[in-house]
Ligand binder design. Structure first.
Ligand code: SAM
Ligand code: SF4
Length: 325
């Protein structure tokens, strides 16, 4: 459906849990109090929300978290979602630690893409950034996923301290047929506590190594990345530059937290709480009608743009693991 700014909203990021098996410094650097199990939507409740979203033309779904694969039954849920009438794509974003084990089932259910978050290829730095993550486990999962011809993307947050990792990370797109996307650090949650790097700074480093790197102008997948290609690389280099190249004019997304709060924009804490609706005790059709109405309201209220440049206008105080990134 269209929002009041004329944008087509067809993409929902669904957070399965706020829990995580890592402690990335820009996201959840310490164990935060997790929401109680009762507060988290059950899978049937999430599927009902997806059914209502589908009726409004929202047909691409990203499964996120916290770490989605720590929640029991995550892959079976993705399968059930993928089997729903009208679903165009179901993709996953994961830190990769539990991916090897889940991969055969993900491939079997026809996952449309897997994004693996990986900010450094230096073992020690990776462990320090993630609060103890084991790089070799993630690398193995990445290799397995690439070998299975799954549509794999690496997502790397641009940090001042990982500047020397830009070229090694880009090399992954030379070694494997995968896209490597660099993401500007967003000033949400603990994102304000670290120094980031911009797309322009990163691109200038990359162009020295890949002089033929050129913008492709294409749109790949769900959204906001801009892509570059080089004849030396099998995959693309992408940028998600929310700070320096705001892509709000083409924003197509909503976010659902694991507790059922529907967010129209990352920057603001406004939104619609869908949990009371899915738990109203009415019949499924009546709930679905009420959900459609509420989702349409959230789409209507979607602001024209974020306010990352004006820190005191940011009203979102949840952390990224609570929102889903
Ligand atoms: N645990 C999974 C993972 O790491 O991919 C999924 C959830 S994580 C919150 C989703 C994405 O948000 C990750 O790619 C992560 O790097 C990104 N992220 C977390 N905090 C961020 C921040 N402050 N700015 C930009 N991206 C951030
Ligand atoms: Fe966990 Fe992902 Fe946040 Fe890292 S970025 S702490 S892996 S939710």
């Amino acid at each position: 459906m269209k929002d009041k700014w004329g944008r087509t909203i067809d993409y929902l990021r669904l957070s399965l849990t706020d829990r995580c098996n890592l402690r990335c410094r820009y996201c959840m650097p310490e164990a935060l109090a997790s929401v109680g199990h009762d507060a988290v939507l059950r899978y049937e409740e999430m599927l009902l929300i997806c059914r209502a979203a589908l009726a409004l033309g929202i047909d691409r779904f990203k499964i996120t978290g916290g770490e989605p694969l720590v929640r029991k039954g995550a892959v079976a849920f993705m399968k059930a979602l993928k089997e729903m009438d009208g679903v165009r794509s179901v993709t996953l974003t994961t830190n990769g630690l539990l991916l090897s084990e889940a991969l055969p089932d993900l491939v079997r259910m026809g996952i449309d893409g897997i994004n693996i978050s990986l900010d450094s290829l230096d073992e020690r730095q990776y462990a320090s950034l993630t609060g103890g993550g084991e790089l070799s486990v993630v690398r193995q999962a990445l290799e397995q996923a690439a070998a299975q011809c799954v549509n794999v993307k690496v997502n790397a947050i641009l940090l001042a301290e990982t500047r020397d990792q830009i070229l090694p990370l880009a090399e992954l797109a030379r070694t494997y047929p995968i896209d490597v996307r660099f993401i500007e650090l967003m000033p949400i949650g603990f994102g304000t506590t670290l120094a980031g790097l911009s797309e322009a700074e990163t691109l200038s480093l990359l162009v020295r190594a890949y002089p033929d790197l050129a913008a492709t102008g294409e749109r790949r997948g769900n959204g906001p990345a801009s892509y570059y290609q080089s004849r030396y690389l099998q995959g693309r280099i992408g940028f998600i530059a929310a700070n320096t190249h705001a892509f709000c004019a083409s924003c197509n997304r909503l976010r659902l937290t694991s507790t059922g709060f529907l967010k129209p924009c990352l920057c603001y804490d406004d939104g619609v709480d869908l949990r009371p609706l899915v738990r109203s005790g009415q019949g499924e059709d009546a709930i679905c009608q009420a959900l459609q109405h509420a989702i349409a309201q959230a789409v209507h209220e979607k602001p024209a743009k974020h306010c990352f440049g004006e820190q005191d206008h940011i009203s979102e105080h949840k952390t990224m693991n609570q929102i889903g990134g």
